[in-house]
Design a protein around this ligand. Structure first.
Ligand SMILES: Cc1cc2nc3c(=O)[nH]c(=O)nc-3n(C[C@H](O)[C@H](O)[C@H](O)COP(=O)(O)OP(=O)(O)OC[C@H]3O[C@@H](n4cnc5c(N)ncnc54)[C@H](O)[C@@H]3O)c2cc1C
Ligand SMILES: NC(=O)c1ccc[n+]([C@@H]2O[C@H](COP(=O)([O-])OP(=O)(O)OC[C@H]3O[C@@H](n4cnc5c(N)ncnc54)[C@H](O)[C@@H]3O)[C@@H](O)[C@H]2O)c1
Length: 449
């Protein structure tokens, strides 16, 4: 094979791209991978992992705060600078280690965005590269807020790398990222405001539990401004001024830093997809059930950038695996996704799996909705947890669990048991007859079903 010809050329070295590249090279194919940033992708470098390291200190803070006067004498102070240093121990080696593993496997690396020249040819690092299969696994990037002065917005990468925490922070967007960061910043001592165009934060989550989380967030000092449309952003010495419109009135808010946490969009702008005849929409590359481009059979897409994804790490890995299988064995593997749990890493965690109450009502004739604020249960009282609640939904006819929504300490772990229960069509009786460890959060689910 010519030097610049590959069986598989993968664009993007996150979980999706790496999964494809490694599987294909192990199957004996000649593989290359390109990334226009540090290798390793969003999750490991500037997403899930670094965020969760910062969260560790917040967990220590929260537990101590709740037990203050109950055997714990002081609420600790977060040393943001030291916490960031600790986080960097984990992230600093990711790109080098990722490159090393890929190279050791015989994968060729490129450090630039390729551009399509035609359906099978790319231009990268000044070379024309031909490939039998091209895999787009470029993930997502923050959605631009198209207002005057938008260049002054910081984004999630900036927050996760902040050396010093500003006194007053505004997050524009109260979704996963805005809420997780707002909780961290407030606990670390910043004054925090969340501005959102919607009527409430976290619109994909159960409204009753979100209401409880919002109220608790306010008790941490977080201010919310809803139904607010940003109109301009100005920098004035050390401060930034965000103008926004609420019900026809223009208002302003001043802060030291203002972050764009208003959602993320497929990272496709640099690829010249038109030249490659690759169709895409706002949801990503248009794919069939094999994750193959509908307009160019030489191209596959996987991870956050495919139109079949919920942008979560486990799904991106799953899609990478499906694409690798289809490249290696021909299109045999369709994308099948079991129910997907999801957690917002605020403290307490807010977690969800399966149908929402609204979806379950539309889908089943009769449902049972078990909703309770359970802050007086032993597990919560033991650590003086301020918020613990659940909403579990069953199909009344079959008694199968069809949805679970939790807020409370470790809800991000407990939700996994509900995920297994839903996938395995378990009923309330199946759960009640299982023996779990005691006392444990998971044991509580017997009382929730
Ligand atoms: C702050 C934050 C927190 C998150 N927390 C969680 C969490 O707790 N749990 C969870 O499940 N998910 C979380 N996510 C989402 C998760 O990070 C993504 O779903 C996951 O990383 C997607 O993997 P991927 O391989 O599809 O894309 P990515 O990991 O984004 O990888 C895409 C790669 O392609 C590269 N690239 C982009 N454009 C080009 C181009 N033109 N040319 C070459 N290379 C390119 C990028 O540099 C990147 O390395 C979080 C995301 C963010 C931003
Ligand atoms: N814990 C996790 O699993 C986790 C954490 C972070 C991110 N993620 C993934 O990353 C994706 C992106 O997260 P996100 O928080 O950026 O997006 P999001 O879609 O969760 O939230 C975006 C928020 O911004 C608001 N918004 C949109 N445009 C606005 C504007 N112009 N002004 C003000 N508000 C505006 C929306 O109403 C929404 O509330 C998520 O969908 C999720 O899949 C997951």
């Amino acid at each position: 094979m010519e030097e610049n010809a590959f069986d598989v050329f993968v664009i993007g070295s996150g979980i999706a791209g790496q999964t494809v590249a490694k599987s294909c090279v192990e199957a004996g194919l000649k593989v290359a991978i390109a990334d226009n940033r540090e290798f390793g992708g969003t999750c490991a470098n500037r997403g899930c992992d670094p965020k969760k390291i910062l969260l560790g200190a917040m967990e220590a803070y929260e537990l101590s705060k709740n037990l203050k006067g109950k055997g714990v004498t002081k609420t600790p102070k977060i040393n943001w600078g030291k916490l960031q240093k600790y986080k960097r121990n984990f992230t600093v080696n990711v790109p080098v280690a990722t490159e090393r593993v890929l190279k050791e496997k015989g994968i060729h690396l490129f450090h630039q965005s390729p551009k399509f020249i035609d359906e099978r040819t790319l231009l990268v690092e000044g070379k024309k590269i031909s490939a039998q299969k091209i895999v787009i696994a470029t993930g997502q990037v923050p959605r631009k807020i198209e207002i005057k002065g938008s260049k002054h917005f910081k984004n999630s990468d900036d927050f996760l790398n902040l050396k010093k925490l500003p006194e007053h922070i505004v997050f524009v967007g109260g979704g996963y990222i805005g809420m997780e960061f707002a909780h961290m910043a407030a606990r670390a001592g910043a004054k925090v405001t969340v501005v959102d165009t919607g009527k409430r934060p976290l619109h994909a989550f159960d409204p009753d539990l979100v209401k409880a989380l919002k109220k608790y967030s306010e008790s941490l000092g977080i201010t919310f401004i809803f139904e607010a449309k940003p109109t301009s952003l100005k920098k004035k010495r050390k401060k930034h001024i965000l103008s926004y419109e609420v019900k026809g009135d223009i208002k302003i808010i001043e802060a030291h830093m203002i972050f764009n946490t208003a959602g993320r969009v497929p990272a496709l702008a640099e690829l010249d997809l038109d030249k490659g005849n690759v169709d895409f929409t706002d949801s990503g590359v248009v794919t069939n059930d094999f994750l193959q481009s509908k307009s160019n059979v030489n191209v596959y897409a996987c991870g956050d950038v495919s139109d079949k994804n919920l942008p979560l790490t486990p799904l991106s890995g799953r899609q990478g695996y499906v694409v690798a299988e289809n490249i290696i064995n021909g299109n045999k593997k369709e994308l099948e996704v079991p129910v997907v749990p999801s957690v917002v890493f605020t403290l307490p965690n807010l977690a969800t799996v399966g149908y929402s109450e609204e979806e379950a009502r539309a889908r089943y004739k009769n449902i049972i909705v078990n909703y309770e604020v359970s802050t007086d249960w032993f597990n919560a009282k033991r650590i003086n947890a301020p918020l613990y609640a659940y909403k579990v939904i069953l199909n009344e006819r079959t008694r199968e669990i069809v949805g679970a929504h939790l807020i409370g300490p470790d809800a991000g772990e407990t939700i996994n048991i509900f995920t297994m229960a839903i996938n395995n069509k378990m009923t309330d009786r199946d759960i009640k007859s299982t023996i779990f460890t005691y006392p444990s959060w998971v044991n509580d689910i017997k009382s929730m079903v």
